[in-house]
Write a protein that binds this ligand. Structure first.
Ligand code: ATP
Length: 669
């Protein structure tokens, strides 16, 4: 063990950073990041900063990571800064002696209050000799004030918030600080720094605590082929043979560890506490999955035929469950008895679904002290016992007397934690047995997802019947799951397949896309937008890639509400994170803030659209959607959770018309 520890000790030579860390240092890093669109460069810039902090003032790392990811608390705490533009405009005007009207007008024409505030600061007339230079702002100061602002409520909150913001702005020494303080308070740093880059940079920065030999072991499971290639070499011999390959492996292993732990425990506080105390290789055991902190849910791959399901599961034992048409709910009970409910995107929904935790608690046996359950909350008609579609659930409001207008049932389908023990690595067969043993059903309130188990034998009759039954029971189709596999947080795994009835003859799934911009409406649509440009998300390039223009499927009401809500997020110019052909230039660009569910007839290669560009096998051609139709807003997804370019590519190649004879054709619409 000592030898390993010695091997791990890489002396990282980095420039010293003052402690406490001045905010100006972070603003300098943000400027450097904003000046490039190259992801590797962004990673390297942030990694360097984190290394300096880890080496010289590790206790400041929490503030740096929160500010870099533009958050003040984990998502599940649902803490929001809640700062309207008028508060920020007021604070800027007061701090820098500018006219509030001018600030507002400049913001309207320039579209970025951060740069407007920055120029107010630069133009501020100072009485140099008479003014005492204030102490520099530190990253800790900024985070503290941001958190204080988030905690303010009540009738006098506006002035209180302005005072706090003003208190920061007057202490700024470098105008770039002003820009990022204002943008940070608006909730958008606009420097193209995604959460996954923050995690990668963090992993790279602390990767030196992984011995190279151990990195090999971490990567072994992911990298069987390479292992085989290298067979015959001793482990140490192989690792040190090529130093840069060893470094690469160490970095990759570090990223795998950090991302895995964060997918089970998405809390920077928990993650950083452990990462600073223990070697990275032990991060998992020192930052374990626990009730109270939501885990990123396991996701499924779409399929579009029973034959495809059977082919994919080829001889494996699997189970089919009804795919309920409601809202995903992760229900937690901590060891001190607290019950919590979380949504698909990890927000707390305990208050929204007050009865959900109670139903599950009422169902569980006395032997259960703590648990984490995966379930779907579905609207139900209590008179008939029939389930109702998601559209009904989405109208749910509470009656004044406290009873919810739309009653619900909890359909439990997984158990990831029980009585102090994580079940993540337990096969589904055993997880389900524990669910059934410890949580007996309560008619109409808590029931298991209906299921049918199969050993694949090529007989599709039962599966077909079960699919029909699910649709008759108001479900969307089936979830098909292998019985011997573990729970894989945040993974769109082949061990879970979704088979939606209304897609059997189509694409297998709908798309969740992000509106990037819009085109002004004409005729009946004057005054609202007539069409929108939508994009998928490319995780590798961390960019939104256009896949279609859409003008169909909207009701008049939709057109009004969508225009109004997106107008609050207008950009001055197209974001550098948008990969869009000039031929599709929008009249108005928006920040990536919404996700829309879209149905389409098919996918085709296009020289206009950029979906999965660089991965289609044809230079300059991406994939686009044909005949897209708007379905609904997906409030439960963040823009980065939109359909990924890899999914678009998968669905493209899975089309009957393309399979086996992709001739590079397609339309360019
Ligand atoms: P994805 O989560 O795959 O991006 P999505 O959020 O658009 O897709 P769907 O395509 O409808 O949702 O499929 C997955 C969702 O189905 C789950 O997130 C869950 O809310 C719901 N669901 C309903 N029944 C089940 C079940 N038996 N097992 C797992 N998930 C289920």
């Amino acid at each position: 063990a000592k030898k390993l520890a010695k091997a791990a000790k890489v002396d990282v030579d980095v420039e010293e950073i003052p402690s406490p860390v001045p905010y100006a240092e972070l603003a300098k890093v943000f400027e450097a990041i904003e000046a490039t669109t190259k992801r590797l460069e962004i990673q390297a810039i942030l990694t360097k900063l984190i290394r300096r902090v880890v080496k010289y003032c590790p206790h400041e790392l929490h503030s740096i990571i929160y500010l870099a990811s533009n958050s003040i608390a984990p998502a599940y705490d649902c803490v929001e800064l809640g700062i309207g533009d008028s508060i920020l405009e007021g604070a800027v005007a007061q701090a820098y002696g500018a006219n509030p009207k001018t600030v507002k007008e400049k913001y309207q024409t320039e579209g970025d209050l951060g740069t407007v505030a920055q120029s107010c600061k630069s133009n501020q007339r100072t009485l140099g000799f008479a003014m005492m230079k204030p102490k520099p702002l530190t990253v800790g100061n900024i985070l503290d004030v941001f958190r204080k602002i988030a905690a303010i409520s009540g009738s006098k909150s506006k002035n209180h918030k302005i005072d706090l913001i003003k208190g920061l702005l007057v202490k700024v020494q470098n105008p770039a600080e002003t820009k990022y303080i204002i943008r940070g308070l608006q909730g958008k740093l606009r420097i193209g720094l995604a959460e996954s880059t923050v995690l990668i940079s963090l992993a790279h920065a602390v990767s030196f605590t992984i011995p190279a030999t151990v990195a090999d072991v971490v990567l072994k499971d992911d990298d069987d082929e390479e292992e085989e290639e290298n067979a015959g070499l001793g482990k140490n011999e192989k690792t040190f043979q090529d130093k840069s390959a060893a470094v690469e492996k160490r970095l990759e292993a570090a990223v795998n560890i950090v991302k895995k732990v964060y997918s089970e425990v998405p809390s920077y506080d928990a993650l950083l506490d452990a990462a600073l105390k223990f070697p990275l290789i032990h991060l998992g055991e020192n930052c374990p999955f626990r009730p109270g902190i939501p885990v990123f849910p396991m996701l499924a791959k779409p399929t579009k035929s029973i034959q495809e399901v059977l082919k994919r599961l080829d001889g494996l034992e699997f189970t089919c469950e009804f795919k309920y048409d409601g809202e995903r709910a992760q229900i937690h009970k901590t060891s001190d008895g607290e019950l919590k409910v979380f949504s698909r995107n990890l927000l707390t929904t305990t208050g929204k679904y007050t009865e959900v935790a109670d139903y599950v608690q009422a169902a569980c046996t006395d032997a259960v002290e703590s648990f984490v359950m995966d379930a779907e909350v579905v609207a139900i008609n209590r008179d008939t016992g029939r389930l109702l579609p998601f559209q009904v659930l989405s109208t749910r409001k509470k009656k004044e007397d406290g009873t919810p207008e739309v009653p619900v049932i909890v359909q439990g389908f997984d158990l990831m934690f029980l009585n102090g023990k994580s079940l993540m690595d337990t096969p589904l067969r055993a997880r389900r047995a524990l669910l059934k043993k410890h949580f007996p059903e309560v008619e109409g309130k808590f029931q298991y997802a209906k299921s049918l188990d199969f050993v694949e034998n090529g007989d599709t009759i039962d599966l077909e019947k079960f699919l029909d039954a699910s649709v008759k029971g108001q479900c969307e189709g089936l979830m098909v799951k292998t019985m011997d596999d573990i729970y894989e947080p945040s993974r769109r795994s082949l061990n879970w397949l979704k088979l939606k009835k209304d897609y059997l003859d189509g694409l297998g799934d709908s798309f969740d896309l992000v509106p990037l911009g819009a085109y002004h409406g004409k005729g009946k649509r004057t005054g609202v937008y007539g069409a929108y440009l939508l994009a998928c998300y490319d995780e590798d390039a961390e960019e939104f890639q256009s896949v279609c223009k859409i003008g169909t499927g909207f009701s008049d009401e939709d057109l009004k509400t969508l225009s109004a809500s997106l107008n609050e997020h207008k950009l001055e110019t197209k974001s550098s994170q948008y990969n869009v052909d000039e031929g599709l230039d929008c009249d108005v660009w928006f920040d990536a803030v919404q996700v829309w569910e879209i149905k389409a007839a098919d996918l085709s290669k296009s020289s206009l659209h950029r979906g999965a560009i660089g991965k289609t096998g044809e230079a300059g051609r991406g994939i686009g959607l044909r005949f897209p139709r708007f379905e609904r807003i997906r409030d439960d997804k963040k823009p980065e959770d939109a359909t990924s370019s890899d999914q678009v590519l998968d669905i493209y190649y899975n089309q009957d018309t393309v399979k086996g004879h992709d001739d590079g054709g397609g339309d360019d619409g």
